[in-house]
Design a protein around this ligand. Structure first.
Ligand code: GLC
Length: 739
């Protein structure tokens, strides 16, 4: 594969950037800071005229290979300095081959899954003419009501950091410049996932301690992995909008972490500084956004409308503009866009059709699924079954199978669960009924914009008829597979919800089918943890399949019929009720902890214990953890120790287990969480096989940002350590950190 830009040293990149900058007018420099929309509904002047006068550095919301080349031709042949454009789009979990959503990939607890998925996504998207993806999304989410939990790696910073590194490597390759890779974008910096009440865009209030110990680690991991860009978030962070937050974008991101790429705002976020009651007017917003460290203004035209005036009247030092332009030009030089601005318009169809891409998607889906229950070993099902009913509104939905955040213009083409089961049981009668339909109570603004999803709701009579028909179809089967959960528009952006219950009449239908007394398997297709306490008690087999992508139905069939043994683990807690949110495992102890004999529930109307805890997942085989050892009872401050454990497959089938290591610092300057994930490893074991897994704990794992000290500390204190198959692991050891 021809390399371009990648072969340049940092000095050579800088020299080229300075040479280009020297020839640019102020208007052109400001143009590089302007990202314009390419969609029909985008606001502002026509892209062609803006690009021709050098008024844009990047185009987003366009997914048209031919048009990319047409616009690029204007930029590199007609604009004053002939600077190529960066074409950007949200390629979150696949371009043409759709992978499981990021929350699902995190459920694999296998960073290699995420890296390989994003490498395929990059290959296809680059072949389409894109250069830059607005991913990975790195927001820690501990409130499942927040719709965008689907795009991230769940509730834990250690797992989140591992997935961040892997995705950046997958998108970008080892270093920028490969012609089948993309520039990645760590988003949304920072704290977006902690919106009050899980309400999308709502204000966020986080202490510096929570920011540094919980929210920042995945973003720091992305910087260390060499991520090319960051995206500043929409919402107010402690009353200062993230896209106008100098502390966040200059002091922390660049000053402390040494980030050298560039920051793009979220869509319209610079202009929104006025709406959020922060900037007086658009001119003020332009100054505040750039001064705070937002290099590129996404789609609001605020920079292009006001920066020149701010420089001319002496308010803004033009050197600040030059610094932002340098960071953008450097990415374009590294990407080799000056040498190769165009894309081969025949490439995408060759790349997207590669069978290995679908195989990768199938493997990723298999490894992402989590077996939540399997009473009496109902699963795997026999392939000799003759009559199977597949019931539920998502059973044959390509949209629900491919999930939220598909790229612009993508037409879902997934193998649905129904199709997957029918293909696996060619001799059987596999009947199907959707049951009553499910829909959002309130519309999705994106669908309103694009005038989609306008089917009228079912009447009560139609709903009842669909309900009765579904029960009838179930009645005629040996085994019933219920496929329930959320539609693709029920999670993602602008898709928060107050309830975590199964939407519509799904649980009612599930109860009616279970009441028939037949074996029932529940397959969940959803973009967030759901509250399923009844199912967890009454449905013998439950498989969390998330939104599994193009090969989702095939992978579900692989697992249901034993061609793959599930090994995924939950990256987020499943609360008993949505009103228990935010609910997460890494909490500090109270004076009346769950472990104390006097413990009483924190609510008088029910236990706040999760239905399924963080890190939980079953297999078709069983595992045992033993022989937990620490390399020393004492370790000096700043030194490392090793923790080893034996994991044995005590069952009859080969399978994967995820060994998870949790620590607890018993006392210190600050109270520390009762458990914190500080190591994990997914391993495959043959029946009877034992492997020893070893983890290293050093200052990186044992230190933390202290409220009391106002800085990073590592303390000479006593520690507990547990290793097991989920966050309730009981195998325990201890050690002391000493001076
Ligand atoms: C959206 C999202 C962001 C996305 C951007 C461009 O509003 O918040 O994640 O990358 O706009 O589509």
């Amino acid at each position: 594969m021809q390399k371009s830009g990648k072969t340049l040293t940092d000095d050579q990149v800088s020299a080229r950037v300075e040479a280009i900058l020297a020839g640019m007018s102020l208007e052109e420099k400001i143009g590089q800071l302007n990202q314009i929309g390419g969609a029909e509904w985008s606001q502002g002047p026509k892209p062609e005229e803006v690009i021709r006068r050098g008024g844009a550095g990047s185009v987003l919301w366009l997914n048209d290979t031919r048009k990319f080349n047409a616009l690029q031709k204007i930029a590199v042949e007609e604009s004053p300095s002939k600077i190529p454009l960066l074409f950007a789009l949200d390629v979150i979990h696949g371009y043409r081959t759709i992978f499981p959503v990021p929350l699902a990939m995190a459920s694999s607890w296998d960073p290699d899954v995420a890296e390989r998925a994003q490498a395929v996504a990059a290959k296809e998207a680059r072949a389409a003419g894109l250069h830059w993806t607005f991913g990975p999304m790195l927001d820690i989410a501990r409130d499942a009501r927040w719709g965008r939990i689907v795009e991230g790696a769940g509730e834990d910073p250690y797992l989140g950091a591992a997935m961040a590194r892997a995705q950046v490597r997958g998108f970008q390759g080892e270093t920028l410049g490969e012609t089948d890779r993309l520039v990645a974008c760590a988003k949304h910096f920072a704290g977006y996932g902690a919106a009050d009440g899980g309400r999308d865009y709502d204000p966020v209030y986080l202490s510096e301690t929570q920011l540094r110990n919980v929210i920042f680690p995945p973003f720091q991991a992305a910087v260390k992995a060499g991520v090319g860009t960051f995206m500043s978030a929409y919402m107010d962070l402690n009353n200062v909008p993230a896209s106008g937050n100098h502390w966040l974008l200059r002091d922390v991101l660049r000053g402390e972490w040494g980030f050298e790429g560039f920051v793009v705002s979220d869509a319209m976020a610079v202009a929104n500084l006025v709406i959020q009651g922060h900037a007086r007017d658009a001119r003020d917003a332009a100054f505040r956004g750039l001064y705070a460290g937002v290099d590129m203004d996404m789609a609001s035209h605020t920079y292009s409308n006001h920066l020149a005036g701010l420089v001319k009247d002496g308010t803004l030092d033009p050197a600040i503009i030059d610094a932002s332009v340098r960071s953008i030009l450097a990415i374009k030089v590294r990407m080799g866009l000056f040498e190769n601005p165009y894309v081969d318009e025949t490439l995408l169809e060759k790349v997207a059709a590669l069978p290995e891409h679908r195989q990768e998607a199938r493997r990723a889906a298999q490894r992402s699924m989590v077996l939540l229950r399997n009473e009496g070993g109902l699963l795997p099902l026999a392939k000799t079954l003759r009559r199977v009913a597949v019931i539920g509104p998502l059973a044959d939905s390509m949209e629900a199978t491919e999930g939220s955040w598909l790229v612009f213009g993508h037409k879902p083409a997934a193998v649905t669960v129904l199709q997957g089961i029918r293909a696996r049981l060619p001799q059987a009668q596999v009947s199907y009924a959707p049951g009553p339909d499910i829909r959002r109570d309130l519309g999705n603004m994106f669908e309103d914009w694009m005038n989609e999803g306008k089917t009228p709701p079912q009447t009560p009579e139609e709903s009842d008829a669909a309900f009765e028909h579904a029960v009838d179809v179930a009645r005629g089967a040996e085994v019933v597979v219920m496929v329930l959960g959320e539609k693709a528009n029920m999670a993602g952006e602008f898709a928060s919800r107050a309830s975590l219950d199964l939407p519509g009449r799904q649980e009612e239908l599930l109860k009616a089918v279970v009441a028939l007394g037949k074996p029932v398997v529940l397959v969940l297709l959803n973009g967030r943890p759901l509250s399923i306490p009844w199912a967890a008690e009454n449905v013998p087999a439950i498989l969390e399949a998330w939104e599994p992508g193009s090969e989702g139905g095939t992978a579900v069939a692989d697992i249901l019929f034993g061609d793959a043994n599930p090994g995924g683990k939950l990256p987020a807690t499943f609360p008993r009720k949505s009103s228990h949110s935010p609910l997460y495992y890494a909490r500090t102890l109270t004076h009346l902890p769950e472990s104390s004999p006097n413990y009483r529930s924190r609510y008088w109307d029910g236990l706040p214990t999760p239905v399924y805890p963080f890190g939980y997942g079953l297999s078709y085989t069983t595992f045992a953890f033993s022989n937990l050892k620490v390399s020393a009872a004492e370790v000096k401050l700043g030194a490392s120790l090793e923790v080893s454990v034996d994991v044995t497959n005590t069952g009859k089938l080969a399978g994967d287990e995820v060994a998870q290591l949790y620590i607890h610092q018993r006392a210190g300057l600050d109270s520390r969480p009762m458990r914190e994930l500080k190591g994990f490893r997914r391993i495959t074991l043959q029946p009877g096989e034992t492997q020893t897994v070893t983890f290293t704990l050093g200052p990186e794992e044992l230190g933390y940002w202290s409220t009391n000290a106002g800085k990073w500390v590592q303390e000479a204190e006593a520690f507990d350590v547990w290793v097991g198959g989920d966050s309730t692991a009981s195998l325990h050891a201890e050690f002391n950190v000493v001076r």
